[in-house]
Design a protein around this ligand. Sequence first.
Ligand SMILES: Nc1ncnc2c1ncn2[C@@H]1O[C@H](COP(=O)(O)OP(=O)(O)O)[C@@H](O)[C@H]1O
Ligand SMILES: [Mg+2]
Length: 265
Amino acid sequence: MELADYLLHDEPFYRPVGNEVHLYEVAYAARMPVMLKGPTGVGKTRFIEHMAWRLKRPLVTVACHEDMTASDLVGRYLLDSAGTAWHDGPLAVAVRHGAICYLDEIVEARQDTTVVIHPLADDRRVLPIEKRNELVRAHPDFHLVISYNPGYQSVLKDLKESTKQRFGAIDFNYPAAEVEAEIVAHESGVDMAVAERLVRAGQRSRNLRGHGLEEGASTRMLIHAGRLIARGVSADEAFEMAVILPITDDPDIRSALREAVAALS
Ligand SMILES: Nc1ncnc2c1ncn2[C@@H]1O[C@H](COP(=O)(O)OP(=O)(O)O)[C@@H](O)[C@H]1O
Ligand SMILES: [Mg+2]
């Protein structure tokens, strides 16, 4: 793993929605672990990329999943031509070299995996590597960040209280219409008038949340629609392909969404 590969050279575009940039900087200065909370596609990943660029720290991202083990994070011995050699996992790399480690969708990981971050997420700031009988003290620049979608919360998939209470949190949500339109226009290349229409259609889909839709169209989906429009696809077809078809298989909800967009044009 070459740490230099994890440095961001070009500024990732991030449009602040509230005071999150400042709050993150302060949390980083205090080395307080941070939890980014909110639905999918609202800018959590983009935000942490932007912050890593601002703070000039490498960013190591891990997409958490059910089958992830502590070894996937910490490291393991691997057999090579010279015999067995130790390979640091992504968390150990970040801890040793002072990167920001972003554990995306942390609730997907099993709780027995999640506990390996506990000694890193309190005043000890250490990572015990049992297989090597080693205790790694975190580099002073190391920072632990996790993301969490409260919407998917269930008794089976929730963070342990002892994990939650180690983090400060920043809430992410759909931004105000003008701000979201600015983001959609910037990211997709459509003009503001088109972006504003997409955002209004997106907001209508969000009203169907809990009435057949688990979640409304995210900013990410609206950007997808915008990119199709910017390449010459009609607005209706773009919304169909980028939002309506992926988000639901229910014919009634699909027609409700279509009506919502049609009413806008
Ligand atoms: N505040 C924002 N500033 C800039 N781009 C944003 C913002 N919010 C969302 N986006 C755009 O939406 C896309 C999806 O956001 P992402 O960070 O991947 O969402 P999440 O990690 O919350 O699922 C990004 O690729 C980016 O284009
Ligand atoms: Mg993400």
